[in-house]
Design a protein around this ligand. Sequence first.
Ligand code: NAD
Ligand code: UD1
Length: 337
Amino acid sequence: MKTLVTGGLGFIGSETVVKLIEAGHEAVIVDNLSNSKLAVLDRIEGITNVRPRFYKIDLCNLDAITDVMEKERPEAVIHFAGLKAVGESVEKPLMYYHNNLLSTMNLLDAMRKFDCHNIVFSSSATVYGVPEHVPLVETDPVGHATNPYGETKVMIEHILMDVQKSWPELNVALLRYFNPIGGHPSGLLGEDPNGIPNNLMPYITQVAIGKRDHLRVWGNTYPTPDGTGIRDYIHVLDLAEGHVATLKKLAQNPGLVIYNLGTGKGTSVLEMVHAFEKATGVKIPYIIYPVRPGDVAENYANCDKAAKELGWKAKFDVVDACRDAYNFQKKNPNGIE
Ligand code: NAD
Ligand code: UD1
């Protein structure tokens, strides 16, 4: 299927483009390079021997995305493009609402114009807010995200549902990712955050290569077995495959579908440190700090629906993901250059 991948040079988008090509799809990428590098395109080509067509456009420019849609006429869109830094979204909420909402609305406008009626959207576990119970299922209440970034995901889910109701031929998949980590086993693709990483895995890998002194563990007084926070870490390769499986599903014209993409298994911060040490042989010094405001104790997915309806299940564990994240970090100590 010819698929337009927005944000296709980013962390999850680039891995998904590789999987799409490997599965025999044609991928066309749009990205404004606000959080990615053009060199990622060379790396995708290095892995697949295919250089996808790339348009450097900002989705907030309606004319630009309309032109691409007219030229390419894709059958499906996978919409990764968006800003995703939680802390920055608290400081600059308008930037987040503007970029994430406008880009999605422009995209839908252009899709409608050229009758592209399949869209996969990168949503997040953050839409569940503070979970009342775990594991989370797709029918759990959504809303009251704890930050503007999360609110954009809640709002975009609503926009997509409303548009789908008004345009029944439109197939929409809302994929709620849990915590994506890892990288391509070649070491060519991986997570490349700007500045001090907020997320656990890139912080650990930077400690491992000596770029940071120690891991700051945000709290050990949660009601969890070792007191540290529990999350559902999913290897980005598994996540990428989930998108290929979702495209197959959309080809059956299901209308609106919603899936959690995680592993169904929770891992604590200290368990992750140990998994990393096991995978790499590198010791990670850590110090316990006070809890990070806005963090929840425990968050993991029930992924039965994706298993049943998509025939998809995560194959890798956190040890695999630690090995691949470290390999990427070692080969790219200063990120992708
Ligand atoms: P990323 O920042 O690596 O990739 C996003 C890409 O979108 C970047 O290459 C960026 O340059 C591009 N982009 C942003 N705004 C754009 C615009 N207006 N026009 C064109 N391109 C634009 O992020 P990622 O980790 O690959 O995440 C992909 C998607 O998945 C995002 O929507 C994110 O919110 C969502 N998500 C990510 C995580 C995670 O932990 N990484 C978790 C849940 C959901
Ligand atoms: C965070 C975001 C969430 C977003 C997700 C993926 C917050 C409050 N939530 O989720 O909205 O969808 O990233 O981008 O920012 N930890 C440490 N030390 C660190 C970093 C993290 O102990 O240096 C702990 C955290 O307290 C948490 C776990 O590791 O228990 C995972 O943290 P992180 O990777 O930031 O992901 P989330 O908090 O789940």
